[in-house]
Design a protein around this ligand. Structure first.
Ligand code: B12
Length: 346
């Protein structure tokens, strides 16, 4: 199969499988671009916080051939996570979930789709090899996605496209054949700084540079077994899992396309009292197969107790007092802090 036919076939197959966008980049870029240096600086400044795995693969991550040496091309697919509805209005009874966390955990379904694409490739190219990545592999996905023309890196560091906005996930594969490559798309943020201005914890060190150690998404999803630092607690508002503030304010997200693949399993916001009262068994049952399951009960309850405090609503006193007197010191400390905030608002 010649290169043009292979490229065309892979594109058609990826779209048939449910990708909203597909693009192709060379595995070894003709010119290095800003990405390896930006990544190195990010790690050296400790912006990865407690995500030790981000620092461990620091030299390898920007170069996909270190992860899969036979790689010649990178196939990048984007899958929308938008349900076509606006964000929920504020409700003191509930804590919000980021959009990507509402469907079933995306790792498995997206990996399955890209594996099907790889199977298509292997059928057409006997002896062809490839390797799938979805989030957790040491691959700098947004960098390859940008070179594959799937979007530009917005000031909020999200990959953004005119077609999809930024509410999409990336999944792809490195393969050992040459393809016809897409051109990167120009940047369309212009003078807009809405995302930088809106971040409640001031997490952007500069446009395109997110200090994860200040980000609500990092605290609520990745920071496990530890308290959320006090300096950032009030900025958290009602986020229970992830955060979409820097995307919700982005004008390009007015054009977000409804997902064809990822239907929400969870509502946009959850009842805080219900979450704070979950037993390990009830948590396992309620959130089985969702992204919340990975983060675990303790973190999700910690986040709910913080959201209760930030609501400053005295209705939460009984739930908070229960945790303040409970035997988990992490949750007890968060509950005491939240009670203090509620008391100070009286
Ligand atoms: C660690 C991680 C996080 C961390 C840190 C995020 C961050 N901004 O670095 C935390 C936990 C905070 C996080 C949060 C979220 N994440 Co996350 N995360 C990752 C992960 C695993 C690695 C990202 C990484 O390498 N960060 C290091 C920084 C330095 O790299 P980078 O942000 O990708 O930026 C590169 C380019 O932008 C490039 N660059 C290009 N041009 C330019 C120009 C200049 C001037 C500069 C300086 C840099 C630059 O520089 C960097 C190096 O290449 C990726 C999956 C993956 N394997 O790549 C998902 C990923 C980035 N996350 C994703 C998502 C969906 C989210 C959230 C939206 C979830 C949520 N709603 O809560 C938030 C968004 C926060 C945000 N504004 O970025 C998606 C993003 C999809 C998209 N449309 O961009 C990814 C790709 C997962 C996936 N497979 O879909 N995430």
């Amino acid at each position: 199969m010649d290169r043009a036919a292979l490229t065309r076939g892979l594109r058609e197959e990826a779209l048939r499988l449910g990708a909203d966008t597909v693009g192709f980049a060379p595995a070894v870029l003709p010119e290095p671009g800003p990405d390896p240096a930006a990544y190195q600086a990010w790690v050296e400044k400790g912006m990865h916080g407690a995500m030790g795995y981000m620092a461990r693969a620091a030299e390898e991550r920007p170069y996909i051939t270190r992860w899969f040496p036979p790689a010649r091309s990178v196939i990048v697919c984007a899958f929308s996570t938008h349900d076509g509805k606006p964000p929920p209005p504020p409700d003191p009874a509930r804590g919000r979930l980021a959009r990507y966390a509402r469907p079933a955990d995306y790792h498995r379904p997206l990996k399955a789709k890209v594996k099907e694409l790889l199977a298509w490739y292997k059928e057409r190219v006997p002896g062809g090899r490839g390797k799938v990545f979805v989030d957790s592999s040491p691959v700098l996905e947004r960098s390859y996605a940008r070179y594959a023309g799937a979007g530009w890196v917005g000031k909020n560091s999200m990959l953004l496209s005119r077609k999809l906005g930024s509410f999409f996930l990336i999944a792809g594969a490195a393969i050992d054949a040459e393809l016809d490559y897409d051109d990167p798309v120009p940047e369309h943020c212009g003078t807009c700084t809405r995302c930088l201005d809106a971040c409640p914890t001031d997490a952007f060190a500069a446009p395109r540079v997110l200090d994860a150690s200040r980000c609500i998404a990092y605290f609520t999803v990745e920071l496990r077994g530890a308290p959320i630092p006090e300096a950032f607690r009030e900025g958290h508002g009602d986020w229970l899992f992830g955060c979409d503030v820097c995307q919700d304010v982005c004008p390009w997200n007015r054009f977000a396309v409804r997902s064809r693949l990822l239907e929400p399993d969870l509502p946009p916001a959850l009842d805080l009292e219900e979450v704070a009262a979950l037993s390990p068994e009830a948590f396992a049952e309620r959130f089985k197969g969702t992204s919340l399951e990975r983060t675990g009960l303790q973190s999700v309850v910690r986040n709910a107790l913080l959201a209760m405090g930030n609501s400053k609503d005295p209705r939460y006193r009984p739930a908070l007092e229960r945790h303040a007197a409970g035997d988990d010191p992490l949750l007890a400390e968060q509950a005491r802090w939240s009670l203090g905030l509620i008391d100070s608002a009286r």
